[in-house]
Design a protein. Structure first.
Length: 346
């Protein structure tokens, strides 16, 4: 194993549900050696043994006990959100060098901040599984934004299905930060009355509705994810000289941009002749981008770190506060955001 290669790294996974099994696939295909797998559910442990060849002695019902027993170098935490903070703290204190935690990062801002501080003290590298910068539907768009043909980004419109604020909306805060190169400054939110039932358990809930996020420079993102919408996720990126349309689930992209001779005309001349082209892009995936995240983290490249996870989490908290205040704008860095409130996110 070289210093920047995942091959041979001793890894473990806590949480062996749908995401956990995909993480097992990712780490094994990278050549990591799975020395531990933990889940409270015996059937999940048995499936890990049968599907991924993990020995019975490497399977545990208690994640903290597993950390003490196998001492992995790398750890994936793919449990539900309430356990993210205690497991990250336990992993850092157990000497785990690399920790990849699922999103949302935590269920409160204070927990997230403690995760960051503990990992810093322990010298542990913390990543949050917001994999946007490794997915073609975003890397391709980012390469086009700011080009001579399209010009700078003005806004992003996400027309989504009923995917939940914390479950998937949190990903789009990180996407917006990655694509625009700017942090979210303020959020307005208008939630629907329905509190979403969650297949992970009756103790969890999430919200649907509409969110407006803005950077300090005035670039905006509007998220529309209604409980009444049940098919597809489409994103429109509007730039000074054109638009990019992406069908994320089916992997299609359409780019429309002003012809070169009309680019210097005022934006009020929005009906000028355009160049149009269509290309296929890789549809949404989990395993490939997660592998890329591990490779970037270990190679010292850009990856979604704990600060990125905290930013996405603060956007979610600000959205809740905005909704409770009639949709008024709430700054993401507002020190009065409720830091100790525990949200019922999965």
């Amino acid at each position: 194993m070289t210093a920047n290669s995942p091959a041979g790294l001793r890894a473990a996974v806590i949480g062996l549900g749908r995401m956990g099994t995909r993480h097992l696939e990712a780490v094994t295909s990278l050549g990591m050696i799975v020395v531990g797998a933990a889940d409270t559910d015996q059937k999940a442990r048995a499936a890990a043994q049968d599907g991924h060849g993990i020995g019975a002695s490497a399977c545990f019902s208690d994640g903290v006990e597993m950390l003490r027993s196998v001492r992995p170098e790398a750890l994936v935490i793919a449990t539900t959100a309430p356990s993210h903070a205690p497991l990250v703290l336990a992993a850092a204190e157990a000497g785990v060098r690399y920790i990849l935690c699922e999103k949302p990062m935590a269920t409160s801002l204070r927990d997230a901040q403690e995760m960051l501080e503990t990992c810093r003290r322990a010298g542990a590298v913390l990543a949050i599984n917001h994999q946007m910068r490794f997915m073609e539907q975003y890397t391709r768009v980012k390469s086009l934004i700011g080009s001579e043909a399209l010009g700078p980004l003005a806004s992003v419109l996400v027309a989504a299905s009923n995917f939940g604020l914390a479950m998937n909306g949190s990903h789009y805060f990180e996407m917006f930060r990655y694509v625009s190169g700017l942090s979210v400054h303020a959020v307005n939110a208008w939630f629907e009355d329905t509190k979403l039932a969650n297949p992970r358990g009756a103790q969890f809930e999430d919200r649907s509705g509409r969110i407006l996020a803005r950077t300090a420079d005035g670039v905006s993102m509007y998220l529309d994810f209604s409980v009444n919408a049940g098919s597809g996720v489409s994103v429109i990126y509007t730039c000074r000289n054109g638009q990019i349309f992406v069908d994320e689930l089916n992997g299609a992209m359409r780019v429309v941009s002003r012809k070169a001779e009309f680019r210097d005309l005022p934006t009020t001349r929005y009906g000028m002749p355009s160049n149009i082209y269509v290309e296929n892009i890789a549809p949404a995936d989990v395993v490939g981008p997660t592998k890329a995240l591990w490779s970037a983290l270990l190679d010292g490249q850009s990856y979604p770190d704990g600060e990125a996870g905290l930013h996405a989490l603060a956007c979610c908290v600000a959205a809740h506060v905005s909704h409770e205040n009639g949709g008024n704008a709430v700054r993401v860095d507002d020190q009065s955001l409720p830091s100790t409130h525990q949200f019922k996110w999965a």
